[in-house]
Write a protein that binds this ligand. Structure first.
Ligand code: G4P
Length: 284
């Protein structure tokens, strides 16, 4: 399958991020908990060097709980602060505020030694498309926050959202694109909806998902669609089509409809909590 990118957008976004990153103390990077490594852009480590780093394992509600724990430990071992998150809910926001303070402890100490007090931590949110950046900013910032720097007479510049006296957030997230040499990784990014669907062959994608699920999560498809998993992927897709009435006028099986339905069931969590990659050396 051929994946297409938009080099113009990507270069512009990266250049913007290089500028923005100079202004901040902390990079809050969202990754998709179902695909935590492949949903990163490797440039972020270079861009964010010398900054405090917080990884949010977002959409953790859709990912395997055991895998979430493995990934949390894995990222912590790489020196990141990590929080598992469902960005649509407010319940982790205190934990995130506390973790931000912890991740910037060195900066706070340094400021104190220099006699600077109460300089807020400045942070920016980054991540690949669709990982939940806007959702997170909305939930985290809520309605009650003041947007600074947008008053008449104030130099037009960056918009900062004041979260509390300690933290300010750049209001536009940094978008980076995933990178991969491996088609299998591109495929998995497509499963989580981080590629443009119109560029994809949905039938092929669904067959790949069926292969992955029957191998790593046996029983999930059988139970959801009341079908037998003891078959080739294409036959499983056919069974799904039959079980969900995906037929064209004339009675022909509508594979594409079944494929789209399966992928939507996966994306929305209706197939249960599923993770698509584990840290090297871990067992599913
Ligand atoms: P982006 O800015 O990084 O591009 O992502 P955005 O916030 O637009 O989120 C993309 C989709 O992911 C949205 O769904 C959003 O609701 C969903 N989402 C974000 N965080 C989480 C999470 O932690 N868990 C789950 N389950 N979903 C999450 P959508 O269907 O595109 O939009 P909507 O119908 O929810 O508005």
């Amino acid at each position: 399958m051929n994946f297409q990118w938009y080099p113009g957008h990507m270069t512009k976004a990266k250049r913007q991020m290089q500028e923005d990153i100079k202004l901040i103390d902390l990079v809050i990077e969202l990754v998709d908990a179902r695909l935590p490594l492949s949903s990163r852009n490797p440039d972020i480590d270079e861009l964010g060097k010398n900054k405090a780093r917080l990884i949010l394992l977002n959409k953790a509600d859709l990912a395997d709980e055991k895998a979430n724990r493995l990934w949390k430990t894995w990222f912590q071992e790489q020196g990141f602060f990590v929080v598992e998150l469902d960005a649509r809910r407010k319940n982790s926001m205190k934990l995130i505020r506390d973790t931000i303070m912890e991740s910037c402890r060195e900066k706070i100490e340094r400021d104190r030694r220099r006699g600077i007090q109460n300089r807020p931590i400045r942070a920016m949110v980054v991540g690949i498309p669709n990982v939940g950046k806007s959702t997170f900013i909305n939930t985290f910032a809520g309605k009650a926050v003041a947007r600074t720097g947008n008053k008449p007479g104030v130099t037009k510049g960056k918009q900062w959202i004041r979260l509390n006296k300690n933290v300010e957030l750049l209001d536009t997230p940094g978008i980076l694109w995933p990178k991969f040499d491996d088609q299998a990784v591109g495929m998995r990014l497509a499963f989580i909806d981080s590629m443009n669907d119109t560029l994809l062959n949905i039938d092929e994608l669904s067959l790949e998902l069926i292969r992955y699920l029957t191998e790593q999560y046996p029983g999930v498809l059988g139970e959801r669609y009341q079908i037998s998993e003891e078959a080739e992927a294409v036959n499983i897709l056919e069974q799904i089509a039959q079980s969900r009435n995906c037929v064209r006028t004339g009675g022909e099986t509508d594979y594409s409809k079944a494929a789209a339905l399966l992928i939507e069931d996966f994306r929305s969590g209706r197939l249960g909590r599923i993770t698509l990659e584990l840290p090297a050396g871990s067992q599913q």
